[in-house]
Design a binder for this molecule. Sequence first.
Ligand SMILES: Nc1nc2c(c(=O)[nH]1)N[C@@H](CN(C=O)c1ccc(C(=O)N[C@@H](CCC(=O)O)C(=O)O)cc1)CN2
Length: 283
Amino acid sequence: MSSQLINGKEIGQQIRVSIKEEVQQLATKGITPGLAVILVGEDPASHTYVANKEKACQQLGIYSELIKLPEQTTEEQLLQQIEQLNSSAKIDGILVQLPLPKHINEQKVIETISPLKDVDGFHPVSVGKMLLGQETFLPCTPHGVMKLLEFSNVDVAGKHAVVIGRSHIVGVPMGQLLLQKDATVTYCHSKTPDLEAITKQADILVVAVGRAKMIKSHHIKEGAVVIDVGMNRDEFGKLCGDVDFADVVDHTAAITPVPGGVGPMTITMLMVNTIQSAKMKLV
Ligand SMILES: Nc1nc2c(c(=O)[nH]1)N[C@@H](CN(C=O)c1ccc(C(=O)N[C@@H](CCC(=O)O)C(=O)O)cc1)CN2
């Protein structure tokens, strides 16, 4: 079967063209969107991600502040930093890069960010509104997946979507967003007894488990759409997803690669959320 490669870099780029136009429109009204990114510690991957977020802001004309804090930063110091940004007129969006060092309570940090500036969509207020289908900041990775499906003309309504993974950041909101587009959604997770029996029924399979190349061709229904949210290193240190791409690709109608699939959409959707926040100044 010939499979369509869902190119997140290209789709993200298309979306960024319209973001740039929106930023220019806002400039005519005296508004420059502003994003603050806080990075605590020395995790190399996190350093790369925040550098890419800064670069995206620069390319699109979004004002950005990168606040790098040492590993030993206390929870109290981090919360104070967030409070300052909550009241900064220049900042529309605040993002604290995850994961945080172990001595800091992630949930407390998320709940300190003003829901009005919660461009990650992780605050309980944003999560609640998302579940109710109300307008809010949607979490960037699942929102990015929905955009990939839309731009690839994958109609979700009436399809059986299976989500493997139940993290608060990806799996759970992913299923909700698919449900809101009228998919029939099944969640699978580490306690699901017969994974294959369920994934084999999926018209759309979204995998977000964090285990390199775990999903093989025997998990896939012929002609399924496969979305790989995983980001792992294989035995040679090469970046790979949760799906064994080479084994699966010929059985799919469409599939995202890693790298170049879901990952680039995460940063693009962060830019979308930052603009959405800045636009609230217009009303
Ligand atoms: N506060 C947050 N923390 C984290 C989030 C998040 O959405 N908010 N998500 C991830 C990391 N992440 C963004 O922060 C992210 C991950 C991956 C990519 C990406 O573009 N990946 C590339 C490959 C990059 C590489 O070569 O290493 C790809 O898939 O093509 C962007 C953003 C955890 N933390």
